[in-house]
Ligand binder design. Sequence first.
Ligand SMILES: [Zn+2]
Length: 138
Amino acid sequence: MAAEEYKLPIPAADEASAPFFAGAKERKLMLVRCSQCGQHRLPGRERCADCWSEESEWVEASGRGKLYTFGIMHQQYHPAFAEITPYNYALVELNEGPRLVTNIVDCPNEELRTDMPVEAVYDDVSEETTLVRFRPAK
Ligand SMILES: [Zn+2]
């Protein structure tokens, strides 16, 4: 999608999520990994939920997972969504464990199924921001 055509609200990276968005720009799905126990998590939590360690590092994830659950949004809460309603919103469970709120693309809403294998795609929605979405795995 060309940047000048993108009309939807664009999330802003904060200090905690900046490496995630920088990775997306380079076509990498970045996660936080606990240095003590190896559990992966999304940015925004200072401590590991499993072992409470504060030691962590950013690592590149596989970009693969499965559709954990999804919904189809028919209500238009913002005028910018008029052209894409109804659209899907999805919770993808990554192979590394964390669940990411996203959208499924390259798949009609009627064909979405829980547990379907999906892979990350990278959508440059502006000069600064690339969003991670998912499509059915090839
Ligand atoms: Zn841990």
